[in-house]
Design a protein around this ligand. Structure first.
Ligand code: SF4
Length: 678
């Protein structure tokens, strides 16, 4: 059977299962993806909530594994969605096919339990955890280890898999959850992972040198939640140097030295290893002192180097300069780089020799394991070099010191790195419910450099014109937030609180209020006046996951939340009957990397507000609004409280980016009555 026939058959079988119906657009998306996988083509898809995107993605991946022997990687931004793919959707999708298809799941290594570390810190609990856990990941640990959240938060960094470990040379290697998961990858035809792993894999592999990454060579990449891929890429490709990271570097150099002891003893080279290690430790210590000295002089962070150089003259970049510290940053970076280079170059040669000579029975295993440590040190050298001499379009800066000085290098244009690492290497499909701005994919393409061969927008299965009403307060009810600084701030908070209090009373709780800043959220909360039986939960007073669960469980509760709830939060049913978007989430360029990014756009002849700030805010508003209608039975009110939506020229554009046909009200009781909230 062809892949297309297998896809059709899978959906026919799905339709026969009780509780499932196949949607025309879901099948359509699946067939389109199947085509792309089969032909090695590329596409962008806007696939709305409720379409059944996960199954529409998994079915063609499995079909093409069977019919065409293709390996597909499916990556999400959040581990929550990756977990849902793996535990819920993949078993269902696999059950629709007769053939067996090997699959694998991998998220970032620091999300797995390290058995050696667990044995050290919680010796009595390893066995029962091994018995109860399937993947050995953090959420299983939280579920299986019955301890209060606060205690687990403290424990987790101690028992999570470290950035580098002895791997094959570890006595627990054969049982290690993380390395078991990696082992499965090699044979797997469908792999569920996250964006960060995709970036890390791409950065560590080199197809020209035939060097494979941890995901091994694959034929097709699906990026789900693709609107968040730029942010995963920025995080994955940044480099950071701080006192604590230098501490980790020393720890890794020490562990390398310990690891090779058996081989160094056989060859009589213990002293040489120790001397090399000592040299690195000494240089790192000097660099740490230099960092502290820099911190004592520093009044504020700022940009020390930026490329292309023309951006340097931009007034905003000039204002953010901290170039007077460039010489010190160069000295620290070069000191660390040289020390790392010397150690890694020497270590590579010695270890390779040990492997070839084979004088010790464990020579190969130890040599393989030491490679991880050496790569870490070598990558650190490359990163340190970039701090004083960034390449591509990038910025190096000193972060605003709180507890310690942080030197960072960030990309300010992702197009070139992503083209080299992803788009030119492997055919792909980017999927999201919010990939378009103003009915175009241009913003995503401009941000990431993708040049897809195919673009498609699937219609929403929901009828927003019937399921949703828009509420906007009367024009003068809330002052313009940008004109409400200083003394006016309290007036603004009071006005928002008055509106939200009315909304919560009218909706009988059930309101998710999304804020742009903690200060604003707390400021508004202080003025809230609602009945005692309509509790308001506030993000930050309890953990993100817990506060979300409390909101879902208590039908009369409302939730004040920040950015992590604008996207990915799923509360179907009447528990979330109103979503209030308090303020348009315009990014304010205060961080050096953001300032440099804006200057870069201006240098390219673009208006930074029109080309970045505005479209970015539109996407976030679309995501926030998307929290409201999560199923065909949902109905509710979208409250847009920012008065600029009614007073500024761009206001209409925000409305135009929301689902069409929603009726607008400026009296909350009218909106509640019309939509029929009970
Ligand atoms: S192989 Fe590494 S991660 Fe796994 S148990 Fe051993 S030290 Fe921990």
């Amino acid at each position: 059977m062809t892949a297309q026939e297998l896809v059709q058959l899978a959906f026919e079988r799905l339709a026969q299962r009780s509780g499932f119906e196949t949607r025309h657009d879901q099948v359509q998306l699946s067939l389109l993806l199947s085509d792309l996988i089969e032909q090695g083509s590329t596409g962008l898809f806007e696939a709305p909530t409720g379409l059944g995107k996960s199954l529409a993605t998994l079915i063609p991946a499995i079909a093409n594994a069977i019919a065409n022997d293709k390996r597909t990687v499916i990556a999400t931004y959040t581990n929550v969605l990756a977990d849902q793919y793996w535990r819920k959707d993949l078993p269902l999708a696999l059950s629709l096919f007769d053939a067996h298809v090997p699959t694998a799941f991998l998220i970032g290594r620091q999300r797995y339990v390290c058995l050696m570390a667990m044995d050290e810190h919680m010796p009595g609990e390893v066995e029962s955890f091994q018995l109860g856990a399937e993947e050995g990941v953090e959420n299983e640990f939280r579920r299986l280890i019955r301890k209060p959240d606060r205690e687990i938060n403290k424990l987790w960094p101690q028992i999570a898999v470290p950035p580098v470990c002895p791997a094959r040379a570890c006595p627990a290697y054969d049982d290690c959850f993380y390395y078991q998961a990696r082992k499965k990858l090699e044979k797997a035809k469908v792999i569920i992972t996250n964006h960060s792993v995709v970036i890390q894999d791409a950065a560590s592999s080199d197809p020209e040198a035939e060097r494979e990454g941890m995901l091994f060579k694959y034929d097709f990449l699906v990026l789900d939640e693709a609107h968040d891929f730029p942010s995963a890429a920025l995080n994955g490709l940044e480099f950071e140097l701080s006192g604590s990271r230098l501490g980790s570097l020393t720890g890794i150099a020490n562990r390398l030295e310990n690891l090779v002891v058996p081989l160094a003893e056989v060859t009589g080279e213990r002293r040489e290893w120790h001397e090399k290690g000592e040299e690195l430790r000494h240089q790192v210590q000097v660099a740490q002192k230099e960092l502290v000295a820099l911190g004592m002089q520093l009044e504020h962070g700022g940009i020390v180097a930026v490329t292309p150089e023309e951006i340097d003259d931009h007034p905003a970049v000039q204002r953010a300069h901290a170039k007077q510290y460039l010489t010190q940053v160069e000295s620290i970076a070069e000191r660390v780089r040289n020390a790392c280079d010397r150690l890694s170059t020497d270590a590579v040669l010695r270890v390779e020799r040990y492997r070839q000579e084979g004088k010790h029975p464990e020579a190969k295993t130890i040599a393989d394991s030491s490679r991880n440590y050496i790569s870490y040190v070598r990558d650190f050298a490359a990163g340190a070099h970039e701090l004083s001499r960034p390449s591509g379009a990038a910025v190096s800066y000193i972060g605003n010191p709180r507890s310690e000085v942080i030197l960072r290098r960030d990309y300010i244009d992702l197009r070139e790195p992503l083209t080299g690492l992803i788009w030119d290497r492997v055919p792909y499909a980017c999927l999201s419910a919010t990939l378009q701005v103003d009915n175009e994919f241009d913003y995503f393409k401009q941000l990431t450099g993708t040049k897809p061969m195919f673009e498609e927008v699937l219609p929403s299965p929901f009828d927003h014109s019937l399921q949703c009403a828009v509420y906007m307060p009367k024009r003068d009810a809330i002052p313009d937030p940008t004109l409400s600084r200083g003394a006016g701030e309290q007036t603004y908070y009071r006005a928002i609180a008055r509106e939200l209090s009315q909304i919560i009373e009218a909706c009988q709780g059930r309101t998710l209020a999304l804020f742009h800043s903690r200060k604003e959220m707390e400021g508004v909360y202080a003025f809230m006046e609602v009945s005692e039986d309509l509790p308001i939960l506030v993000q930050g007073r309890t953990g993100v996951a817990m506060v979300g669960e409390q909101f879902k469980k208590n039908i009369f509760a409302s939730l004040f939340a920040l950015r992590s709830f604008w996207t990915g939060f799923d509360a179907p049913g009447e528990t979330c009957s109103c979503v209030a978007l308090v303020r348009i989430p315009f990014e304010v360029p205060v961080e050096p990397s953001m300032i440099a990014r804006m200057a870069y756009l201006a240098q390219q002849g673009m208006d930074p507000f029109q080309s970045h700030t505005l479209p970015n805010a539109k996407i976030i508003m679309r995501q926030g609004a998307g929290r409201l209608i999560r199923s065909e039975n949902d109905k509710g009110i979208l409250a847009l409280l920012d008065p600029r939506i009614q007073t500024k020229r761009y206001g209409e554009q925000f409305i135009a980016n929301l689902p069409p046909g929603m009726r607008q009200f400026n009296d909350i009781l009218d909106a509640v009555g019309w939509i029929g909230l009970e």
